[in-house]
Design a protein around this ligand. Structure first.
Ligand code: FE
Ligand code: FE
Length: 269
């Protein structure tokens, strides 16, 4: 199966068009200011998972399942390969919870889609480059060259990456202190949509020495995110009388326990 095949005149195409038009350094700054205080409510991990029962990612050509199912699928795939790495499994379960931004009224172009760096030239390998090339002043071809406003090897954590569910979820994990989820896993979530960097080999000149390890972590995670979209469904869920997918009880219970271990309290969002 060919994954990530992006076609013209599709939903995906429109999301990307809007994204390239709207995302800028200023936009990112505004969004971070708006959301870093986490004053949009207090929810448990489980509650947010449930809220994503009705959300299908419009930027993803490979998925037509609710995001909550994708969450359990990703986690279960990780569990098969890494049965003892509980935080990596949780990473699978929670990596897309930042899509709750959709409940807060944000448009798709501020939530989903591959991310890219603002404030420097945009690489021509990005999805729908034809719409990116003349995007905002912050990533157009003549914006101060490859390095733009950054220094070589400045570290990816110091880049202004287009805002979306990755950065938002990272802020939620970083700014809530009442959990035991480690930095390594927070970072895997933070950069999981940064496809130009983790899958296309772009922006490597920004890497610090530590980023080489981060890159390996993010690549490892991506395998499970990408290839877990439509397969293994029967093992994961049953279908109820209304045709909705319901996660099998033993699987739900397993993750309830993991959630309780690492996120014993509700988080601010
Ligand atoms: Fe995602
Ligand atoms: Fe995902």
């Amino acid at each position: 199966m060919i994954l990530r095949k992006f076609e013209e005149n599709s939903f995906q195409c429109n999301v990307y068009k809007e994204m390239y038009a709207k995302q800028s350094l200023e936009f990112r700054k505004t969004m971070i200011e708006k959301y870093s205080n986490l004053n949009n409510g207090t929810y448990s991990i489980k509650e947010v998972l449930k809220l994503l029962d009705n959300f299908v990612d419009p930027s993803d050509p490979d998925v037509s399942l609710p995001n909550s199912i994708h969450a359990y699928q990703t986690a279960e795939r990780i569990r098969k390969t890494y049965p003892n790495d509980h935080q990596l499994q949780l990473c699978g379960l929670i990596h897309d919870l930042g899509k709750i931004l959709y409940k807060f009224g944000e448009p798709s172009c501020a939530i989903v889609g591959d991310t890219f760096v603002l404030g420097c030239k945009i690489p021509d390998s990005v999805v729908y480059y034809e719409y990116a090339v003349n995007c905002t002043a912050d990533c157009s071809a003549d914006y101060a060259g490859e390095l733009g406003i950054y220094k070589k090897n400045c570290g990816v954590e110091n880049l202004n990456i287009s805002f979306g569910h990755d950065e938002y979820m990272y802020m939620v994990l970083k700014n809530n202190k009442n959990h035991n989820f480690e930095d390594k896993y927070k970072n895997m979530i933070r950069f999981h949509s940064f496809y130009p960097w983790h899958s296309n080999g772009e922006y490597q000149f920004f890497n610090s020495i530590e980023d080489e390890f981060l890159l390996e972590d993010v690549k490892l995670f991506n395998k499970f995110d990408l290839y877990s979209k439509e397969d293994d469904l029967e093992m994961l869920c049953t279908v109820d009388v209304d045709g909705n997918y319901v996660i099998r009880e033993e699987i739900e219970e397993y993750y309830d326990n993991l959630i309780f271990e690492y996120f014993p309290e509700k988080l601010r969002w």
